[in-house]
Design a protein around this ligand. Sequence first.
Ligand SMILES: [Zn+2]
Ligand SMILES: [Zn+2]
Length: 183
Amino acid sequence: MVKSAKDILDSYIEEQGKRKTPERNIVLDVVLAMNGHHSADEICAMMPERYPISRATVFSTLSLFDEAGLVYSHQINGRTLYENAYEVEPHHHYICKGCGRIWNLKSNKITELVAECRTPRFKKLRSSLYIYGLCDVCGARLYRLKKKMEKEKEAKMTREEKRFARIDAELNEAAEWINNENN
Ligand SMILES: [Zn+2]
Ligand SMILES: [Zn+2]
């Protein structure tokens, strides 16, 4: 029989000798209902108003869910984003270095490659691949910035603009690799 998310949580809490609390179940309901990848603060904002739960409780509950395998956590541009992991098909991700947005990536090819990879004296559990790059919106921003740079000296650039210029340099370096990939 398939275990419910609540059963997984309960047995993990028991195993850890922790207390069962109604708050954790409320956070679990929110996490199970959410789509995509969200920071702990965004998840706080999704909490039902009729059950006031402290920010600290939401944060600690999310890391408990992470340990219990009920959420996946992703470190992106210095932020932790969570996504529901219960009955979710395994997938990979691509991430924009400019705005930090993250998208799901389903690829049988990658799954097959991982299955084929030899890992001596090691049993594979799951895999997670991140492809970093620049989304179209940030690409357009970079294009405008380049136009601006043609007119102004680099010294006048803001810190954020310099960050984007660095991403552009990385993109140029990666161009060769990407071309190989597409061939
Ligand atoms: Zn972007
Ligand atoms: Zn995902």
